[in-house]
Design a protein around this ligand. Structure first.
Ligand code: CU
Length: 196
């Protein structure tokens, strides 16, 4: 039982850190299931327009890095599909970029011809967007790897994965609270198993 308690204590600490850190943003995969490509000519302008981005959100570019890359560029370079002097270059094939400021964030593929046929995306966060709309359809919190899987299958309280996005700053509190509850139910179950 001591072992279980120690483990649970560690879990609580871990979950508190995960849940009570800076407000986590949503994660958006650019192009959704299509990813970052020219196959099928995804409309990245329409994709971006269908989302409501907020500071702290993460956009993920998934692509075959033999054929594509991700360059962050200026507005002028974006409009001209100029890949010669990017602000930043990403080329792993699975790049997560957290948007830290409001305004426009311009990305394009630097492979010849790709940008001109539409492989470019403008991630725009309006200057006035301080409070997230509570009805945002894209309010799925980040997966926060590992923190929610620990309570699954133990009969614990389900983690609020689908909770609507409250205004910034209030989100981590109920989430951390629910996670702690889940951990305590985990302890109860685990403790019962050990005693048997
Ligand atoms: Cu490309």
């Amino acid at each position: 039982m001591e072992k279980v308690l120690a483990m649970a204590t560690g879990l609580v600490a871990l979950l508190l850190v995960a849940g009570a850190g800076p407000a986590e943003g949503a994660v958006y995969k650019v192009g959704d299931s299509a990813g970052w490509t020219i196959m099928g000519s995804p409309n990245y302008t329409a994709w971006a327009a269908s989302k409501t981005f907020h500071v702290g959100d993460t956009i993920v570019f998934e692509y075959n890095n033999s054929f594509h890359n991700v360059l962050e560029v200026t507005k002028a370079e974006y409009n001209a599909c100029n890949a010669s002097s990017p602000i930043a270059t990403y080329a792993t094939g699975n790049d997560s970029i957290t948007i830290k400021t409001k305004g426009h964030h311009y990305f394009l593929c630097g492979f010849p011809g790709h940008c001109t046929i539409g492989q470019k995306v403008d991630i725009y966060i309006p200057k006035s967007s301080s409070a997230a709309p509570s009805t945002s359809p894209a309010a799925a919190p980040s997966p926060s790897s590992g923190s929610s899987s620990s309570s699954s299958g133990t009969g614990g309280i389900p983690t609020p994965a689908a909770a609507p996005r409250p205004s910034a700053g209030t989100k981590p509190v109920p989430q951390a609270f629910a996670l702690v509850l889940a951990v305590f139910s985990f302890v109860a179950v685990a403790g019962g198993l050990v005693r048997q």
